[in-house]
Write a protein that binds this ligand. Structure first.
Ligand code: NCD
Length: 323
């Protein structure tokens, strides 16, 4: 059982959204708004002065890595960055995962970890003696910081995280971004999510059963005609090529519905937002980018830095320094 946040983030591992209550999420979002102000200043603040955060990424990443790195620097802290430890650390000589975590925790105040296997962030939290672990994506499992950024993006537009209707599409089975966002929205009242995917890429049965016991209403659909006309947001996700056993399996599954101007006109509405955690591979036609509803290359990206600034300050117990 992971430790619940319960209003107190200090020194806690952040492994999954199931540690959060609505109040905990609201606390991060509220602090993120202050971070937005700090980030627009030309000089870094001194909130994390003297702190070092290690970023250990076993899987490729642009946004998560970049925004974690930038968020620590925005707050005057520093990073130790290990990309691809299999090649560039003693993991290459055969060092165990646990030893690698214990070595790097000696150099830092928190570790941000991305790994291709489900459960590795939890394993790291059990291996670490001293510092908290932040899950930056573990295989098809969880991606809690992406969800905080997505929730902030939704909140900014609608001023609430309850009574919303959303469509999540693409690789529902393997996208950790979808899994964590479902978890995040399930703790707020009366949200309805349509999951649009082929039969092959449907949500796992045990996840569906888990959500039956929560307040979220999940409706599985396989064709765009079943997209509700009143959706507040669309959340499109690429097919997660790296999660398939073979290229052939991926080729068989990779066809998803792309948002084109025609598709948007037919199934969308005026007040919605269009989200994608990116990278977009077959998800959204670039012709959509200039549409004011498209937030994926705008606020959704920037919010990733603000929420990571907020979360790290909370975990390192520096939030009181923020005015
Ligand atoms: C996502 C991820 O890595 O899970 N990317 C990200 O962190 N923004 C989504 C993806 O790779 O499809």
């Amino acid at each position: 059982m992971t430790t619940l946040i319960n209003g107190n983030f200090k020194s806690k591992d952040i492994l999954s959204l199931d540690q959060f209550s609505p109040k905990d999420i609201e606390k991060v979002l509220k602090l993120s708004r202050k971070m937005k102000v700090i980030a627009t200043k030309a000089r870094p603040s001194k909130i994390l002065e003297g702190n070092i955060v290690a970023l250990i990424f076993y899987e490729p990443s642009s946004r998560t890595f970049g925004s974690f790195s930038a968020s620590v620097k925005q707050l005057g802290g520093q990073t130790v960055e290990i990309i691809n430890p299999k090649e560039f650390s003693s993991v290459n000589k055969g060092e165990s995962f646990e030893d690698t975590i214990r070595v790097f925790e000696s150099y830092c105040d928190a570790i941000v970890l991305r790994h291709p296997q489900i459960g590795t962030a939890k394993a790291a939290s059990e291996a670490a003696f001293f510092v908290p672990i932040i899950n930056a994506g573990d295989g098809a499992g969880d991606h809690p910081t992406q969800t905080l950024q997505d929730l902030l993006t939704i909140y900014e537009k609608f001023g609430k995280l309850d009574n919303l209707t959303g469509v999540m599409a693409g690789d529902v089975l393997n996208s950790r971004t979808i899994h964590s966002l479902l978890q995040g929205l399930s703790i707020f009242k009366n949200n309805t999510i349509y999951l649009l995917s082929s039969n092959k890429l449907r949500l796992a049965k045990n996840d569906l059963a888990k959500y039956k016991k929560t307040d979220i209403k999940i409706i599985e659909i396989t064709k765009p005609d079943d997209i509700p006309s009143n959706a507040n947001f669309w959340y499109w996700n690429r097919v997660q090529k790296e999660r398939f056993a073979s290229t052939e399996e991926y080729e068989k599954a990779k066809k998803i519905f792309t948002i084109t101007p025609e598709f948007l006109k037919k199934y969308g509405n005026k007040n919605m937002i269009l989200m994608d955690p990116l990278p977009r591979i077959g998800t959204i036609d670039p012709q959509i980018d200039s549409d004011p509803r498209a937030v994926y290359l705008r606020s959704q990206i920037r919010n990733g830095m603000y929420i990571r600034m907020a979360l790290i300050s909370l975990i390192l117990g520096k939030d009181k320094k923020i005015k």
